[in-house]
Design a protein around this ligand. Sequence first.
Ligand code: ADP
Length: 400
Amino acid sequence: MKILVINSGSSSIKYKLIDMDTEASLGEGVLERIGEAKGKILYHSHPGTSRALTKKIEAPISDHSHGMEWILSLLTDAESGVIENRTSISAIGHRVVQGGEKFKAPALIDDAVTESIRANIPLAPLHNPGALSGIITALDMFPEAGQVAVFDTAFHQTIPAKAYRYALPDRLYTEAGVRRFGFHGTSHRYITREAADYLEIPPDKINLISLHLGNGSSITAVSGGKSVDTSMGMTPLEGVIMGTRSGSIDPAIISYLADNTGMSLEEIMTLLTQESGLKGLCGYNDLRDIHRAAAAGNEQAELALDMLIYSYRKYIGAYFAVLGRVDCLVFTAGIGENDSVIRERVCRNLETFGIEVDPERNRDLSDTCSIISTSSSRVKVMVISTNEELEIARQTQMLI
Ligand code: ADP
């Protein structure tokens, strides 16, 4: 069975066609600048194999429907294609950022599901409209394929009220739906399953702390295979320090800025989401640049690193208290998978928590799933490459 995974944003579509027999990618890529004069199209066929081929095309992509036509023509192209025609695609899995309280699991897409995703637009105004465009287009183009929506928030729907509610007047939850949702759920779920498999712990027994550290980052406490708390909140702005997002701050700072700087609410939100975090602290949002600057004596970069690591460690401490027993700590995503210095510093001096990292194992990762703790470390420390597309494909297959 071949499943096409679609991650459709407002002006881009990421796609991956997965052969579920081998779980390998047959073809994948991204379309960017939809609606602009010059669109960018990237396609890799048979990535990571001897048959690998890459195409880069610059051409206008008028809308999502046009974008999906491009994807189909690349996947079926005589020279670089990997399937014969559209009927070779059995199912399509769509990534949807916000499922609200309604979606606790993936959903087979019908009119009611499409309407519910639309109804959640106020909760994710930057993300859900793009996903909806992708879904509507795919329903039209692939009427015979089973179509499934997989929500970033669904894995966190097991979080108890004591952790998902904010201490605000009750009506703000009951009437306005203000609560913590959490994000990166597809990644945290994938990590949980991979760690359980690797450590040979039943998936419903594993307790772990999952650190998805990328440009956007979230840390999740998993008890008995279920999410019980997570650092992101009603939106992906809350939690640890991120590339350009502030993470948690005193909310009174917002009114202070409005009163004292004349900034509008919109300007303040842009500041908090796009100009803060690591970028706000030192001018760079990529860890590789920050390490370079810190090594050259840039004090702002050094402070940004110290603050970043400190913000991760505070959540680790908190989630040890939440979970009681922790089987493993798992690092994933751009920073988690690639930055051995951050991993070492995050785990430093945590022997009383049962955490001991082996410097060599941490430097030389053996596989897409590696243990980097010492053999005597009570808590295993792991690095697992996340694969959100595969998780979406697996869930799509399960549902159809
Ligand atoms: P996104 O949230 O956009 O999905 P990613 O998970 O791809 O982000 O992570 C991107 C970030 O990962 C980069 O901004 C950079 O800070 C970090 N990163 C990527 N590669 C490396 C590397 N080799 N060393 C250190 N950090 C890295």
